[in-house]
Design a protein around this ligand. Structure first.
Ligand SMILES: [Zn+2]
Ligand SMILES: [Zn+2]
Ligand SMILES: [Zn+2]
Ligand SMILES: [Zn+2]
Ligand SMILES: [Zn+2]
Ligand SMILES: [Zn+2]
Ligand SMILES: [Zn+2]
Ligand SMILES: [Zn+2]
Length: 302
């Protein structure tokens, strides 16, 4: 039976009128009716018509995240999604091997179903799709994503040929909250340097006036306007004569050193104009008793 209509029988079971085809069991729903949208169970994560049997502990949960949350305090362990073998139909309470349609009552247990991830979800507006390179289901619409083999994850099509690839960039923990990024339920942001973090962790970082990648210290936002403001401020703030000396800075953006005027407001890289610099010692190849020009000329005049 194809369960095409939005209600495939659970409304009947609500009225306790549904005799099962084989009369084996009475309709029984394991979730309370209150707050329960018609036709499906809705946990914090998904809407579907089955629960899963955890392969690790044999207990029944709405979804693997519910299982992981429940075991987070205490006997902490997580479900490997591909390992789920059994589900329990919410309508007829039949425990059965994973498939989209209940073998007993024929209800469609999830509008979206992936038999690799053993994943069910009725909210198809999320645009779920399975990426065979990632090996997991993703959301956001297949047409909006491509898989970057080097970064090891699916990225928005806008980033195709338009991002700095970092080997397995997404197979890391978020540098802010330390959650593993690859299969995180939260959106991620790819910084200009190619490193990744949660979208919301990025926003929080910017709110705290931090504009650099926590991993490599490169500028993470377009700072053109901000740098122009610093130019103006520096021009308007004359340093007293005692502070008029030169310092060496290393640029976090282009990794080059330059010798610049000391200023309390900031030091601008003379190569790429970024103020994302830090003071450094005089480069080794320029230090010593003779000046660079002298050593050059001595090399040219053996
Ligand atoms: Zn859940
Ligand atoms: Zn069923
Ligand atoms: Zn999948
Ligand atoms: Zn992918
Ligand atoms: Zn890449
Ligand atoms: Zn994070
Ligand atoms: Zn970075
Ligand atoms: Zn620079």
């Amino acid at each position: 039976m194809a369960a095409a209509s939005p209600c495939s029988g659970c409304c009947f079971s609500r009225r306790r009128l549904l005799p099962l085809p084989n009369n084996k069991r009475t309709p029984f729903l394991t979730v309370p009716f209150t707050n329960r949208p018609l036709c499906a169970i809705k946990c914090e994560h998904y809407r579907r018509r089955c629960k899963i049997v955890a392969p690790c502990c044999g207990e029944v949960f709405a979804c693997r995240h519910c299982h992981n949350d429940a075991t987070a305090s205490g006997d902490r362990h997580t479900i490997c999604r591909q390992d789920v073998e059994k589900v329990v139909c919410l309508l007829c309470d039949t425990e059965q091997p994973v498939s989209q349609v209940c073998i007993n009552c024929g209800v469609n247990m999830g509008e979206y179903f992936c038999d690799v991830c053993k994943f069910y979800d009725d909210d198809t507006e999320k645009g779920q799709f399975h990426c065979y390179d990632c090996g997991i289901c993703r959301v956001g619409g297949k047409e909006n994503y491509f898989h970057c083999a080097k970064c090891g994850s699916c990225y928005a099509v806008a980033l195709r040929d338009n991002h700095q690839c970092v080997e397995n960039s997404m197979r890391q923990n978020c540098p802010i909250c330390y959650e593993y990024l690859f299969d995180s339920l939260k959106g991620t942001r790819v910084l200009d340097c190619g490193h990744t973090m949660h979208m919301e962790c990025f926003s929080e970082m910017v709110e705290h006036n931090k504009y650099t990648c926590p991993i490599c210290s490169k500028t993470a936002l377009d700072m053109t306007h901000h740098w122009a403001l610093l130019d103006q401020e520096i021009e308007a703030t004359i340093m007293p004569p005692v502070y008029r000396y030169k310092v060496w800075v290393l640029c976090n953006d282009c990794n080059k050193v330059s010798e610049v005027d000391f200023h309390v407001i900031g030091h601008k890289c003379s190569h790429c104009n970024s103020y994302n610099t830090r003071s450094t010692s005089r480069p080794a190849d320029l230090s010593g008793s003779s000046s660079p020009s002298t050593s050059d000329s001595s090399e040219n005049n053996p």
